[in-house]
Design a protein around this ligand. Structure first.
Ligand SMILES: Cc1cc2nc3c(=O)[nH]c(=O)nc-3n(C[C@H](O)[C@H](O)[C@H](O)COP(=O)(O)O)c2cc1C
Length: 190
């Protein structure tokens, strides 16, 4: 059920070391994303798959994780084993804010497909975009917009109701991560 899949698909920031994601799965997730709605149906998004240990080691330091926590995530020996870098291709359409909606739609679609297949990860918006382009050797028409860090998750994340509007995520002494969400009654406009 989609409801359960969305609940299961939490941001994961610790992964089983060295467990690669088969290339055909990554391609299959992107194949689902390409069928998503797209503003004016222009589809300017392109996808760079990073899946070798060498490429992952190059990209990982250019990403920033869980800024609100004081611990280092992912732990050094439990890093993502693949990344999908969602790029805007300027040769298809000029960049415009509306295309970031496309980016969000495809990002969540891929994360849900990953969760469905027993994988998972984290959407990463904080990254050194220019350095990412350089590290990946991207054509200058391709602008990285969002990075999906992926792997076999190796941590527990629990969805909770936000108390008194506090939406800060946190971890307990067992490193269990809690993701508070605003309650339904607090987001319905009356
Ligand atoms: C557009 C977007 C950008 C994000 N960027 C980052 C990021 O740079 N680093 C990070 O650790 N998490 C990032 N996240 C993950 C959020 O922190 C996470 O979704 C939030 O804490 C709620 O947890 P949940 O995904 O389990 O619901 C991002 C999420 C979204 C949707």
């Amino acid at each position: 059920m989609l409801k359960e899949l969305v609940e299961k698909s939490r941001s994961k920031r610790t992964f089983v070391s060295g467990e690669a994601i088969p290339e055909e799965l990554l391609l299959d997730w992107i194949d689902t994303a390409r069928k998503c709605p797209a503003a004016r149906n222009l589809q300017p998004l392109k996808y760079k798959i990073i899946s070798t240990p060498k490429e992952c080691a190059q990209l990982q330091p250019l990403t920033f994780w869980a800024g609100s926590l004081t611990i280092k995530l992912p732990p050094e020996d439990k890093e993502p084993t693949a990344f999908i870098v969602i790029c805007h291709d300027r040769s298809v359409a000029a960049e415009a804010p509306i295309f970031m909606v496309d980016v969000g739609i495809v990002a969540q679609t891929i994360m849900l497909r990953a969760a469905e297949d027993g994988f998972g990860g984290c959407i990463i918006g904080s990254a050194k975009a220019e350095k990412v382009s350089e590290a990946l050797g991207l054509d200058d028409q391709l602008v990285p917009k969002l990075i999906l860090a992926l792997g076999r998750p190796d941590e527990t994340v629990i969805l909770t109701d936000a108390k008194d509007g506090d939406v800060n995520y946190y971890r307990d002494e067992n490193n269990v991560h809690y993701a508070p969400k605003r309650k339904l009654e607090d987001i319905i406009i009356k």
